[in-house]
Design a protein around this ligand. Structure first.
Ligand code: GLA
Length: 390
C-alpha cells in the first residue's frame, strides 16, 4: 500500500524538472524491526514489517549523457556517471542510487543515460531504513526500465553491497528484505542463514506504535561496524570451545552461551549475550503470536531492549526514556528498532491504548529530554513494487 499523493507529487516534479513523464515509477517502503536486533549479520532470524512510509523513484531515458538524480525534498540534482568510480561528492544521498546502479551494471544490467527523481515519507535518521528503501526503489526502477528480471534475494544483495561500499555500513540484509518482502497487515520472519522468508499475522486487537526519538548519535556507523566485528570475534571464540561447527553466532545456543560465556573475551561475551538471546526470543515468539501468548511476546520486546541497553550497549538515554515510559503506561512491550544509538522505538499495545499511550510517551519524553517525539501507528504494508512502467 503506497501513498497515491506521494506518487503523483513525485511524477509531477519529475515532469517539471526533466520536461518529460517518467518511463517507470517504483516504490519501496521503510521498515520496523519487531524482534531480532543485530541478528541478521550473525545469520540469525528477525521479525520485521514493511511500513506505510516509503520512497517513490521516477526514472526516464535521456538523450543527454550521464545520470541526473534529483532529491526532491532538498531540491537538489546530483550528476554522475557509472564510468567514474567512487562516491558522488557533496550529495551523500546520491550514493545509494549510484551504488545500486553500479552493481546492477556489474551484473550486465546497464541503466544507460537517465533522469531520475525521488521523494519519500520516511524521516531520515529515524532508524526506519530510509536508505534501504531508496536503494530498493532504485533497483526496481532500473530493472523495469531495462526490462530485466532479478531474483528478489539478489536484488537485496545488490542493495546491501551499495550500503557496504558506498555508505561504509557493514549491515546485514534485514532492511532490504523487509522493504522487498513486506505484506499488508503481516509481519515478516526472515532467516538470514537460509534466506527463507515467511509471513506471520499479528493477533487482532493489537498495533505497533513507532516513536521517533529524533536523535541520532554520531559515530553510529562506526559503532555498528565495531559491534559486528565483536560478534564475529565471539563466534570465532565459541568455535574453538564447542564441539560442533560454529560459523556464526547463530550456531551458539543459549545454554552453550551461558555455560561458556566466562571463557571468552568479556566485551565479546556481552555482545553475544544480546544476539544469542535475540535469536532464541525470535524463535520462541513464533508460538506466542496468538491471543494467549501476547503478554509473553511483549515481555520479549522489553527483554530485548534490556540486553540492548546493558549488554550490546546500542541504546541511549532517549530510547531508554521512551521504553520506560511505555512500560509504565502499560504497553505490552517496547524496544529500540534497528541499529540503535538513536532512531525509533516500537511499542506493542492494544488498540484501545493508542491515545493514552501516545500522550504518556509524549509527556515523559518532553519532560525528560525536552524533545517532542513523532509517534504514529504502524500499518504493516506490502513490499516494493513497480507502480507504472511505459
Ligand atoms: C540496521 C542494519 C540491519 C540490522 C539492524 C539491526 O538496520 O542495516 O542490517 O543489522 O540495524 O538489527
Amino acid at each position: 500500500m503506497f501513498d497515491k499523493n506521494l506518487i503523483e507529487e513525485t511524477k509531477q516534479i519529475h515532469r517539471q524538472q526533466f520536461g518529460k513523464d517518467p518511463d517507470v515509477v517504483a516504490y519501496a517502503p521503510g521498515r520496523i524491526e519487531v524482534l531480532g536486533n543485530h541478528t541478521d549479520y550473525n545469520e540469525g532470524t528477525v521479525l520485521s514489517a514493511a511500513i506505510n512510509m516509503g520512497h517513490c523513484f521516477c526514472i526516464s531515458k535521456s538523450d543527454k549523457p550521464g545520470i541526473r538524480l534529483m532529491a526532491i525534498d532538498v531540491d537538489a540534482v546530483a550528476e554522475f556517471d557509472l564510468d567514474t568510480p567512487g562516491k558522488v561528492e557533496g550529495y551523500g544521498w546520491a550514493n545509494y542510487s549510484k551504488g545500486v546502479m553500479t552493481y546492477l551494471r556489474e551484473k550486465g544490467i546497464d541503466v544507460g543515460h537517465v533522469d531520475c527523481s525521488f521523494l519519500g515519507t520516511i524521516p531520515m535518521g529515524a532508524g526506519l531504513s530510509s536508505s534501504a528503501a531508496l536503494e530498493v526503489a532504485t533497483a526496481y526502477a532500473v530493472l523495469a526500465l531495462t526490462g530485466r528480471e532479478m531474483d528478489r534475494k539478489e536484488i537485496a544483495k545488490v542493495c546491501q553491497r551499495a550500503e557496504h561500499e558506498y555508505a561504509g555500513v557493514m549491515c546485514g540484509l534485514l532492511d532490504q528484505f523487509s522493504s522487498i518482502y513486506g505484506v499488508e497487515h503481516g509481519l515478516i520472519h526472515s532467516d538470514f542463514r537460509t534466506l527463507e522468508v515467511s509471513n506471520v499475522s499479528l493477533p487482532d486487537g493489537v498495533v505497533f506504535l513507532m516513536v521517533n526519538s529524533k536523535v541520532k548519535h554520531s559515530l553510529v556507523d562506526s559503532e555498528y561496524n565495531e559491534r559486528r566485528e565483536r560478534c564475529e570475534q565471539a563466534a570465532r571464540e565459541f568455535a574453538a570451545l564447542l564441539d560442533h561447527p560454529v560459523t556464526a553466532l547463530r550456531d551458539v545456543s543459549w545454554d552453550e552461551f551461558v555455560a561458556h560465556r566466562d571463557e571468552i573475551d568479556p566485551a565479546a561475551a556481552k555482545r553475544a549475550c544480546h544476539v544469542v538471546g535475540e535469536i532464541m526470543r525470535v524463535e520462541k515468539s513464533m508460538e506466542l503470536l496468538s491471543d494467549d501468548g501476547l503478554a509473553e511476546f511483549g515481555q520479549f520486546l522489553f527483554d530485548s531492549h534490556d540486553t540492548s541497553r546493558y549488554e550490546f550497549e546500542n541504546s541511549c538515554e532517549e530510547l531508554d526514556v521512551i521504553v520506560d515510559a511505555a512500560k509504565e503506561a502499560g504497553a505490552l512491550g517496547a524496544r529500540l528498532s534497528g541499529g540503535g544509538f538513536g532512531g525509533s522505538v516500537v511499542v506493542l499495545i492494544r488498540n484501545e491504548q493508542v491515545d493514552a499511550m501516545k500522550a504518556a510517551i509524549r509527556s515523559a519524553y518532553k519532560r525528560r529530554c525536552n524533545i517532542d517525539p513523532d509517534i504514529a501507528v504502524v500499518i504493516p504494508s506490502a513490499g516494493a513494487c513497480v507502480v507504472s512502467s511505459e
